[in-house]
Design a protein. Structure first.
Length: 135
């Protein structure tokens, strides 16, 4: 089964993960740190920006693919996939600038969690026997 919308967002998500991962080695070289952060905040921030994307993006993509398999309308798929990616971009940007509270971190996580909650709710609803009575 071809999943064009999920494939699009998976590709964008993979590019984001690669971009975030590529920021770490130059920082390690600059600070001469092989493992962990060596107490360098810029390495810690880059690692957490990447790590947080790794922790949240795959679940969102799985949920999106399951919704696409279920036949959810294409507008919903593009909206939810777009909100997920926007949330991940905002969070990575915000965390790259500061370890403290920031617009990017706040709205990035908010949009990520919103998309995950909506997708989870839709999948749960579709799995309930009541939702299948109207089909």
């Amino acid at each position: 089964m071809w999943l064009p919308v999920s494939s699009l967002y998976a590709g964008i998500g993979a590019l984001l993960l690669i971009a975030l991962a590529c920021r770490i080695p130059p920082l390690r070289r600059r600070h001469k740190v092989g493992i962990n952060t060596g107490g360098q905040e810029d390495i810690a921030l880059a690692m957490r920006a990447h790590g947080n994307a790794v922790e949240n993006l795959p679940l969102g993509l799985v949920l999106l693919a399951l919704l696409e398999i279920q036949g959810i309308g294409i507008a919903w798929l593009y909206l939810l996939g777009g909100v997920l990616i926007l949330g991940r971009l905002l969070h990575a940007w915000g965390l790259s600038l500061s370890a403290g509270i920031s617009f990017g971190r706040f709205w990035g996580m908010g949009l990520t969690w919103l998309s995950l909650l909506i997708m989870a709710g839709m999948l749960i609803w579709l799995a309930l026997p009541l939702s299948q009575l109207s089909s």
